[in-house]
Design a protein around this ligand. Structure first.
Ligand code: MBD
Ligand code: FE
Length: 283
């Protein structure tokens, strides 16, 4: 079939544009929506998209909203990853170096987690089946000096791959904490080694991933926000070394520099650290 002539696409776009009242509405939104429509109409013409396909898309979008899965879809389609690619490019242009790499936030952060100074236990309710995990580090500026008034927010999922707040079976703010550092910039936390995450089976995102010949799973990871007055915010994650999906993340968030070595410490050696059981250590 021959493609519709460009003139009719352009006339349709002009018709839609002509319905905007002068001086009304929001210019930025107009620019974005009109541009997206232009790209969409051209794609519909190029790909001979049928009205049946259009209505399927409409139903899928409706369902995605009902399921609260747009954040997952944005992650799975690499839209969030592309924002990082753009920000990295901007940093490169500005000559910003020597930084902890950023990676995506994802849709599962919750503000307002319990705060403490220098150290936190992430578990509201101790997880008896988890492998103990200790992680420590120092928040530093670009010259390597500790930042004394930084805040480190941490969040991760439980052993079922579920995040508190989005999983009603967990206590409020379970596995979500905020650590305020002092002069030494140091933070340390105790938790357990999390597992990977999988999109709700046969939900909107999972269905889309299957149709794309993909999967909707993430390797085990821990999220971080690092903020300090006068500094820009760092959004990042670490991956748990050894996860088979480390470099097969549906959200494209893994970066080699964000896979720290995890030291496994025996119950015997744990005593050296003042602990009474075996644990995994990251620093
Ligand atoms: C997650 O846990 C996550 O971090 C992202 C980015 C997407 C889905 C689930
Ligand atoms: Fe996550």
């Amino acid at each position: 079939m021959k493609r519709i002539d460009q003139k009719r696409i352009d006339e349709t776009l002009a018709l839609i544009k002509s319905s905007e009242k002068e001086g009304a509405g929001n210019e930025r939104i107009k620019t974005i929506v009109n541009r997206l429509l232009e790209d969409l109409f051209n794609a519909m013409a190029d790909l001979d998209i049928t009205s049946e396909e259009m209505w399927k898309a409409c139903d899928w979008l409706t369902q995605t909203g009902k399921n609260n899965e747009y954040g997952l879809v944005f992650a799975g389609l690499g839209i969030e990853k592309f924002m990082d690619v753009q920000m990295d490019w901007e940093d490169e242009q500005a000559g910003i170096e020597n930084k902890t790499p950023r990676t995506i936030e994802g849709p599962l952060y919750v503000a307002g987690s319990p705060e403490s100074t220098s150290y936190a236990t992430l578990e509201t309710e101790p997880e008896p089946n988890g492998e103990r995990l200790f992680m420590s580090g120092v928040v530093r500026d670009e010259k390597g000096n500790p930042i004394p008034n930084a805040k480190v927010e941490i969040w991760h999922c439980n052993l079922k791959g579920l995040y508190s707040h989005f999983d009603s079976s967990q206590p409020e703010f379970n596995l979500r904490r905020a650590i305020n550092v002092v002069e030494d910039g140091k933070y340390e936390f105790k938790s357990f080694v999390p597992v990977g995450y999988a999109c709700p089976p046969n939900g909107s995102t999972d269905t889309l991933m299957q149709l794309l010949g993909r999967h909707g799973a993430r390797p085990a990871h821990i999220h971080f926000f690092v903020t300090a007055p006068g500094y820009r915010k760092l959004t990042t994650q670490i991956n748990i070394e050894g996860d088979p999906l480390t470099f097969d993340d549906f959200a494209f968030a893994t970066r080699p520099e964000l896979v720290p070595h995890i030291e496994r410490i025996s119950a015997e050696d744990a005593a050296k650290y003042g602990k009474d059981e075996a644990f995994a250590k990251i620093n």
